[in-house]
Design a protein around this ligand. Structure first.
Ligand SMILES: Nc1nc2[nH]cnc2c(=O)[nH]1
Length: 369
């Protein structure tokens, strides 16, 4: 009976993880497709503040207090009278410090990513961000001893090549009046963003592994809150130093979007980007940093196709080829995962059967009646 309960609990936990993985993929898709599109809307219509747009990447973090408060209320409601009072936050100091450090690194990445967005053509950004998956794979191998199969290596190669193909057609995409120096600095900054974020993803996985407390999804929400808080503080300091708070009202008045729409775009941008970050750390919680990098890479050509639809950007054949290669890489990864998890299950079942079958050499000792 006890065995049945634990099996049932295990099945429920696995179903919950699957649900959270799908939810995280959906959130990441919303953030990674909607975020760059809305950010581009700001720059296209006269927006120039890089520190402001970098702050918006993580500045929507207060919204995370909503699911934290709902979960707290739910726990309180279902609490037995004899239970000790439930807490609003579970995070302990070491995890707080680790989340804060990764948050500052995220803030730095926010700035260099936004800098590239403001200076470089879209296709060039895609070309450079394509290398992010290779950086993620490398750092995951070093930091969390990520094991690679022929399927996951195939996926990394296909996705990197697929996204890089997006950048082949750069002619005509280069912003007018941009100097060579600005272009080169933008290029180098985006390479740095790809490398830095390629490091941040495995660092989050390492933090989960080394945490001195059990990581639950409730804690993942708290980690998101702390990481984004520190990233936002970092970018807000940049905004203060650059006088962004003084310039924003002037920029809003002059914006081609109109004053109200300008502010709506900023707020919507902050909320949409939260989906990206929560999706990323949720996928790492349910699976790995490598899978997070893979989902980001798959979404690159999809974002490009959406830019074709919404902003009437040119549709080059490369965008279609890139999309096919990315989807192929994605399917390859999941096929490999399903195949390996089946094999692991079969080995486990065989081992369990061996342990429970009495044989002549290893007779089971039964108590005397
Ligand atoms: N480096 C980097 N930073 C980001 N911030 C939001 N999305 C990204 C991304 O894909 N790469």
């Amino acid at each position: 009976m006890q065995m049945e309960t634990t099996d049932d609990e295990k099945r429920k936990a696995a179903a919950m993880k699957r649900f959270l993985l799908i939810l995280s993929c959906v959130l990441l898709t919303i953030g990674h497709c909607g975020g760059p599109l809305i950010m581009r809307l700001y720059f296209i219509h006269g927006g120039k503040r890089v520190w402001l747009s970098s702050m918006l990447l993580t500045g929507g973090f207060p919204i995370i207090l909503v699911p934290i408060a709902v979960a707290y209320y739910h726990r309180r409601k279902n609490q037995a009278p004899a239970d000790p009072p439930t807490k609003l936050f579970f995070m302990k100091l070491p995890l707080f410090v680790a989340s804060a450090v990764i948050g500052v690194l995220t803030g730095l990445d926010d700035y260099i990513y936004a800098y590239g967005m403001a200076r470089l053509p879209v296709s060039t950004i895609a070309l450079i961000i394509a290398s992010q998956l290779a950086f993620t794979a490398l750092f995951a191998f070093i930091l969390v001893k990520q094991k690679f199969t022929s399927y996951s290596i195939n996926a990394v190669v296909l996705l990197t090549v697929g996204a890089a193909i997006l950048g082949l057609n750069t002619s005509g995409d280069r912003p007018k009046g941009e100097s060579n120096v600005q272009y080169t600095v933008g290029f180098l900054m985006t390479v740095a963003a790809a490398a830095l974020y390629g490091l941040v993803l495995p660092l989050v996985e390492l933090m989960y592994k080394k945490a001195k407390q059990n990581i639950t999804y409730a804690l993942v929400l708290e980690i998101q809150l702390v990481m984004c808080l520190f990233a936002t503080i970092f970018c807000t300091v940049g905004m203060l130093v650059n006088n962004d708070f003084k310039i924003i009202p002037r920029e809003a008045k002059k914006s081609e979007l109109g004053e109200t729409t300008y502010y709506v775009v900023l707020v919507a941008s902050a909320i949409i980007w939260q989906g990206f970050y929560l999706g990323v750390i949720g996928i790492i919680f349910c699976a790995s940093s490598l899978l997070s990098g893979i989902v980001i890479a798959v979404l690159l050509p999809i974002t490009e196709i959406l830019a074709v639809i919404f902003y009437h950007e040119k549709f080059h054949a490369e965008k279609g080829v890139s999309l096919v290669l990315s989807l192929w890489g994605f399917v390859s990864y999941f096929y490999g995962e399903i195949k390996h998890s089946k094999e692991r299950k079969e080995i486990k079942e065989k081992e369990n059967n061996k342990d429970s079958t009495p044989d002549a050499e290893n007779p089971q000792i039964l108590p005397n009646p």
